[in-house]
Design a binder for this molecule. Structure first.
Ligand code: ATP
Ligand code: MG
Length: 415
């Protein structure tokens, strides 16, 4: 038979074991804990959506839609897309599942997302996001709540000190239109000196030039008129309500006057938690108010705000979590003892004790396994223990050993 080579993973995907998987779980467990503290309901949404869900909501001109989507035709000829993010699918469900009746609706979820990007440190094709959204809330309190949720999560993960909240306002539609016109005027004057990417954006979406990664654009970006020159009194009040809420809660923030979300449906609050400990991939959590998105999907006007965070990037930043270890390991010798050990093992686990059994090799090998597992105790049983209905419980750190009746084992090994 011809030799086949074992299959390789799809580029940009990861399989995790041990510490890396534990890190990942630590992030999602903290998210789930904080989500509950803030009263966000857990939701599940599909990994695949009709392509139109993302094309309409993210906008054809964004990097995600124009270059990064995993779209394909299914066997029925429909164009479907693996979600590149959660917000659009949640907004779709809000409309198609009748979730509007619960507005204001606070929801949170996490899971895989897919983007066809060049893989590098902190950047994958299948990556994972935490996501939180409030749909149907126009009040600045919702913005504050979203930001406090993010802040507490990062603090509970122990990376609050490394991450800075950068905050901006994009104003209301009137503000945004005036600012956009002013930016168009400014960038048109300097069009000849702009990068090709930015010249391209000039026509379609001048706000996104502020995001430019081309060094040559930066002096021109720095000289651009700031949004504060165009804020309507209402938009200024809204931003003041958000910042005073943050101040009242004791959350530190920095104004980032050039932080934008490129899409037209973003309004008011825009934010990112940035860090310098991840090299080029500095954004760990990003979000904003997207009052126009549900309308872009064909629904009624629905003010909403949300954020997403990359799990892999958070997982890289946290301290290594304690690995799982059993409370105790059974070490039986002989066939009869192994049989009895099975019953004891099942009983201990039913009583909530993390228990394992060493069943390979001689006594020495089995004891080595028990020690290596990190358990506090080993439960040793052979023929004489069976006869006396009492096992030897050994403290693995001190080597101390004592006889414990079989029906008292749970109490003896409970951590
Ligand atoms: P970037 O500028 O790094 O490409 P983005 O603006 O595309 O980020 P968002 O769409 O705001 O990112 O997604 C929210 C978060 O998801 C990011 O802050 C990041 O932590 C994470 N993220 C986005 N794309 C990837 C990826 N390809 N691999 C790993 N994490 C990612
Ligand atoms: Mg990106």
């Amino acid at each position: 038979m011809a030799q086949v080579s074992p299959p390789q993973p799809v580029r940009g995907t990861q399989s995790l074991l041990g510490e890396e998987a534990d890190r990942f779980h630590t992030v999602t467990a903290a998210f789930d804990r904080v989500r509950r503290l803030f009263g966000f309901k857990r939701v599940e949404v599909p990994v695949i959506e009709p392509t139109a869900v993302f094309a309409r909501s993210l906008g054809e001109t964004t990097d995600v839609v124009s270059k990064e989507m995993y779209s394909f035709e299914d066997k029925g000829g429909d164009s479907v897309t693996l979600r590149p993010e959660f917000t659009a699918g949640i907004a779709r469900a809000y409309l198609s599942e009748g979730w509007q009746q619960y507005a204001p609706l606070k929801v949170a979820t996490h899971g895989p997302a897919f983007r066809y990007e060049r893989p590098q440190k902190g950047r994958f094709r299948q990556f994972h996001q935490l996501d939180a959204e409030i749909l149907g809330a126009a009040e600045p309190q919702a913005d504050v709540e979203m930001l406090l949720f993010a802040d507490q999560l990062l603090k509970e993960l122990g990376i609050g000190g490394n991450a800075v909240l950068k905050l901006n306002t994009l104003g209301d539609p009137e503000t945004r239109q005036k600012w956009r016109d002013a930016l168009s005027g400014h960038f048109s004057k300097h069009a000849a000196d702009l990068s090709e990417d930015s010249r391209d954006r000039l026509e379609r979406n001048p706000l996104r030039i502020l995001d430019s990664k081309a060094h040559a654009d930066w002096p021109i970006v720095d000289a651009a008129p700031p949004i504060d020159d165009f804020l309507t009194p209402e938009a200024a009040d809204f931003f003041a309500a958000v910042t005073s809420g943050l101040d009242a809660a004791g959350v530190r923030w920095e104004r980032a006057p050039r932080l934008v979300r490129g899409l037209d449906y973003y309004r008011h609050t825009a934010f990112e938690f940035m860090t310098d400990s991840l090299g080029a991939q500095g954004t760990v959590l990003a979000g904003g108010r997207y009052d126009g998105l549900v309308e872009a999907l064909g629904g009624p006007h629905t003010p909403a705000i949300g954020w997403a965070a990359g799990i892999e990037r958070l997982a890289m930043m946290i301290d290594a979590p304690e690995p799982d270890r059993p409370d105790t390991v059974l070490v039986p010798m002989g066939e009869a003892a192994e049989q009895r050990a099975m019953a004891i093992l099942a009983d201990l686990r039913r009583q909530g004790i993390a228990a394992d059994m060493a069943y390979r090799g001689n006594m020495k090998k089995r004891m080595q396994r028990a020690s290596a597992s990190g358990a506090r105790t080993a439960i040793i049983l052979g023929d004489s223990e069976l006869a006396s209905e009492a096992a030897q419980v050994k403290e693995l750190s001190s080597g101390e050993q004592r006889a414990v009746a079989f029906d008292m084992l749970a109490a003896a090994v409970r951590a």
